[in-house]
Design a protein around this ligand. Sequence first.
Ligand code: GLU
Length: 454
Amino acid sequence: MPSAVPTVRFAPSPTGKLHVGNVRTALMNYLFAREADGTMILRIDDTDTARSTKDYEDGLKVDLKWLGLNWDSTFNQLDRIEKYDEAAQKLKEQGLLYPCYETSEELDRQRKLQRAQSKPPVYNRAALELSAEQIAAYEAEGRSPHWRFKLSGQPVSWIDLVRGEQKIETASLSDPVLIRADGSYLYTLPSVVDDIDYNITHIIRGEDHVTNSGAQIEVFQALLNGYKEGALPVFAHTPLLVGADGKSLSKRLGSLSMDELREQGIEPMAINSLLAKIGTSDPVEPRQDIDALKREFAFEKIGRAPARFDEKELDNLNAKLLHSMSYVDAQLRLRELGADQGEKVWDLLRANLEKFDDVASWTTMLSAPMAGQISQEDAQFCAAAAASLPDVLTDQTWSEWTGQLKSETGRKGKTLFMPLRLALTGRARGPAMDQVLIILGADKAKGRLNGEVA
Ligand code: GLU
């Protein structure tokens, strides 16, 4: 199955909002496939009908597009039930899918007993011993079976692109349930059927699936009718994300949804840059476009330790990204905000931004009539500064003008510059004043220094 050009799939379950954990998996798939001119499939794992919703499905598509993680084709597992039925039939014919009638209470009791005897809580395969009469009796009681896949009991091994050589002892696993008593499929079988039908070459997912992979490889082998070398997809299991404190993110994932981050004004490329780099040997730096991340992606760079996700680092990256964002990249959004005042203004303002939309308040400050902040004790100084400001402003004006004010008034440092900044911009911090002055123009600057609304 694996060929030179990869086909990958990102397979979210639409049972919640897309969050940083699953975006990281999507991103790994995307970067790997796109760099090799491969194909990316978006598979919607919606067989859990009780928890899946169309809203979540629509939402995750919006989020992936917002992030720039586009896909070539998409499908829903619920549309392929017939295929899974065929596969289940094939497994039954091979004696690899067997009916079990235990209730969950009975299974619980069994596990407790095993634990009490210090045995691993592995399913005892009692269902394989059932006689035809016992089965008939269960059926007469109205019990319908759930179906388990019969693992080989042999070790399953593969070379994982992230974890290296892997070996799962299937003898220590319970035979996985593939079909619930209500006839619905758990994720295990549909995933393998789809991966075969869509010629998936690489399965890239979180390391919480490593044990699954042991069982799924045996399902692959059974459905492919015996294992041919090279016929299985290649696996890559990436370490999980944890918080900055090293603790699980699971309880906080709600607040780390794309929805939420977008609302906070986080740039998609800040998210992509961070998620592509944490837990790898590359430094965490902002990238303006996804192509750069693509070129830099390699499985060998991914470490085995959990990747630490730090919101502060995300905020930092977001600011850095804006500080180096070109006018061309910003222009459309500036227009939408009514904040497009040309390249020079953007280049001046971007260094002060933490969130893109903050730019609007700066452009308003530069262009709309406004009174600066002038304290009583600085009023005279500001008025004198207004009087000495030349009418024609150049790149040198600020330094010449403040130099002159310094020698005339004896003010220096903060007492010299801060009143001017406050009077001209209304704020204690902001962009380089030599440029602010030019953009304001002499009339506005004089007006504000004189305490007028200008
Ligand atoms: N729906 C599964 C999940 O979200 C997919 C796992 C896989 O990629 O096979 O965990």
